[in-house]
Design a protein around this ligand. Structure first.
Ligand SMILES: C[S@@+](CC[C@H](N)C(=O)[O-])C[C@H]1O[C@@H](n2cnc3c(N)ncnc32)[C@H](O)[C@@H]1O
Length: 420
C-alpha cells in the first residue's frame, strides 16, 4: 500500500538514484541528490529496498543545482542534470569503483573521469509523431513512450539542434496523422547524415519535400527506412568520418562514438596502452575508431561482426597511406570468439564489445599469452565481470579511466588496461 515518508538522501546509487534509509531499509529515489531531505511515496519493499517517487524536496542539499533544460522534469534524458558538477564527477568515480569492488577489484585505482562538455553529442535519435495538424518532435518521456516536444537540447551539437524547426516543418507536411517516425541524425565530416525510420512508403510529393529540405539545409544524405527496407532518398555527399586523418564512409546511422571529445580520449588511452606492441588485434572494431590510429605504429587485425561497418573500415583502409598493414576480418565474436591460441600471436588486444560485454571472448583472452589487453566498455557491470575473468587468468588491471560521453546520464564508458 502506498504511503508517504520523509527520507534524508546520503548517496547516489548505480543508476544515479538518490539513496537514503528508512527504518534500516535502503530507499531509492530517482531525482534526489545527496543532502536532500525529501518526501516520497513508497510501496511495499522490493528485493533491494524501497523505491520512492519524489513528491517534495523539503530541504535541498548542496549537491543539487537548477537544471538548465526547460523540459528536464518531463524528458527521459539527462536524468542527472540536477546534480552540481563536483557531485556528478564524484558519482562517476564511485559508480566505477563500486562495479570493480563487486568483482573483488576494489583496490584498482580509478583515474579522474573525462567528462564531455554540453552541446557535444554528435549523434541522436529523435522521435516524431504527427498529431492532427501539428507534430510532436523530441525524446521519450521518463518511463513512457510519450514524446516530449523539444526546441533545443543542452547536450546535442548545434548542427543537429538547428535542424529541429526545419525538420518539424518537413515532417508535418509528409507524415500522415498518427504516424510515428524515428530520426537518426549524425554529424559527419561531410555534413549531417539523416536516417528516418517510419513504416510507410514515400510518395513522390514526400520525396520531393525531403529533397528540398536536404538542399535548403545542406544535409549530406537522407535515407528512409520502411520496416528494414532502406531507401536512399538523396545523397548529396557521402557521409564520411575522419578517423585519425583517414576518411571512412559511414553507413546510415552506423555506430560511432557519441562525441568528438569522447572518441579522442578513448583513442588516447588505447594508443598509449598499446605502445611498444608490434601486432595488435582490434576486436569489435566497428568502422575502425581504434584501428586507424593504431595502424600508425602497429600492424592491426580488425575483427567486426557487422558487414556494413567492416566494409566502411575496409573502404578507409583501401585509400589510407602511410599506415602499417591493416587486415579486416568478418567474424561473429560471440559465437566464435578468437581463441587463446590465435590471440597469442599478438602483442596487444583491444576489445570494445556492445553493452552485454564479451564473456566468451574474455575467457579465451584470459588463457592467452598476450601481454597487454585494453578493454573498452559502455557498461561498468559487464566490464567488471569480464575484468574478473581476465584477473582470474593472471592479468593485472593496471588502470581504469571513466569516460563520460553521455553527459548527465547514468551511462559511463570505461577503459581498462590489463597486463600479464
Ligand atoms: C561499442 S561498438 C564499438 C565499435 C568500435 N570499436 C568503435 O569504437 O567505433 C561495438 C561493435 O561490436 C560489433 N558487434 C556486435 N556484436 C558482434 C559480434 N557478435 N561479433 C563481432 N562484432 C560484433 C558492433 O557491430 C559494433 O561495431
Amino acid at each position: 500500500m502506498l504511503r508517504q515518508i520523509d527520507v534524508k538522501i546520503t548517496a547516489l546509487g548505480a543508476l544515479g538514484d538518490g539513496v537514503g534509509e528508512h527504518e534500516g531499509v535502503p530507499v531509492f529515489v530517482p531525482g534526489a541528490a545527496p543532502g536532500d531531505l525529501v518526501s516520497v511515496d513508497v510501496d511495499a519493499p522490493k528485493k533491494n529496498g524501497l523505491y520512492g517517487t519524489l513528491r517534495k524536496i523539503i530541504e535541498p542539499g548542496d549537491a543539487r543545482r537548477e537544471p538548465a533544460c526547460t523540459v528536464f522534469h518531463k524528458c527521459g534524458g539527462c536524468q542527472l542534470q540536477y546534480l552540481a558538477d563536483k557531485p556528478y564527477e564524484n558519482w562517476l568515480t564511485s559508480r566505477t569503483e563500486a562495479a570493480l569492488a563487486q568483482q573483488g577489484l576494489g583496490d584498482v585505482a580509478v583515474a579522474e573521469p573525462v567528462i564531455t562538455a554540453p552541446k557535444s553529442r554528435r549523434r541522436v535519435a529523435f522521435k516524431a509523431l504527427k498529431a492532427g495538424k501539428s507534430l510532436v518532435l523530441g525524446f521519450s518521456k521518463k518511463q513512457s513512450h510519450q514524446i516530449v516536444d523539444v526546441t533545443d537540447c543542452p547536450i546535442t551539437r548545434t548542427e543537429i539542434t538547428d535542424l529541429i524547426a526545419p525538420l518539424r516543418s518537413v515532417l508535418t507536411a509528409i507524415l500522415p496523422n498518427r504516424k510515428q517516425a524515428e530520426l537518426h541524425l549524425t554529424v559527419t565530416a561531410s555534413g549531417i547524415d539523416l536516417l528516418i525510420d517510419a513504416p510507410m512508403e514515400l510518395d513522390l510529393a514526400a520525396r520531393e519535400a525531403l529533397v528540398d529540405f536536404a538542399n535548403e539545409q545542406d544535409i549530406a544524405a537522407i535515407h528512409w527506412r520502411d520496416q528494414g527496407f532502406l531507401d536512399p532518398v538523396i545523397i548529396r555527399r557521402t557521409p564520411m568520418m575522419d578517423l585519425s586523418g583517414i576518411r571512412v564512409p559511414l553507413a546510415p546511422a552506423a555506430f560511432i562514438q557519441a562525441t568528438d571529445e569522447g572518441e579522442t580520449a578513448l583513442v588516447r588511452e588505447v594508443v598509449a596502452a598499446c605502445k611498444g606492441a608490434k601486432r595488435v588485434v582490434d576486436l569489435f572494431a566497428g568502422i575502425g575508431t581504434f584501428t586507424f590510429p593504431l595502424a600508425q605504429n602497429h600492424q592491426v587485425l580488425a575483427v567486426e561482426g557487422a558487414k556494413t561497418a567492416l566494409e566502411a573500415l575496409q573502404g578507409g583502409a583501401n585509400f589510407a597511406s602511410g599506415l602499417k598493414q591493416i587486415i579486416a576480418k568478418h567474424r561473429d565474436l560471440y559465437r566464435r570468439p578468437m581463441t587463446a591460441k590465435e590471440l597469442s600471436a599478438f602483442d596487444a588486444v583491444v576489445f570494445d564489445p556492445p553493452r552485454a560485454g564479451a564473456k566468451e571472448q574474455a575467457l579465451e583472452l584470459a588463457q592467452s599469452d598476450v601481454s597487454t589487453i585494453v578493454a573498452v566498455s559502455c557498461n561498468p557491470n559487464t566490464f567488471g565481470r569480464d575484468a574478473r575473468i581476465l584477473a582470474d587468468g593472471g592479468y593485472n588491471l593496471k588502470r581504469v579511466v571513466p569516460i563520460d560521453q553521455f553527459l548527465w546520464s547514468p551511462h559511463i564508458e570505461l577503459v581498462g588496461v590489463f597486463e600479464k
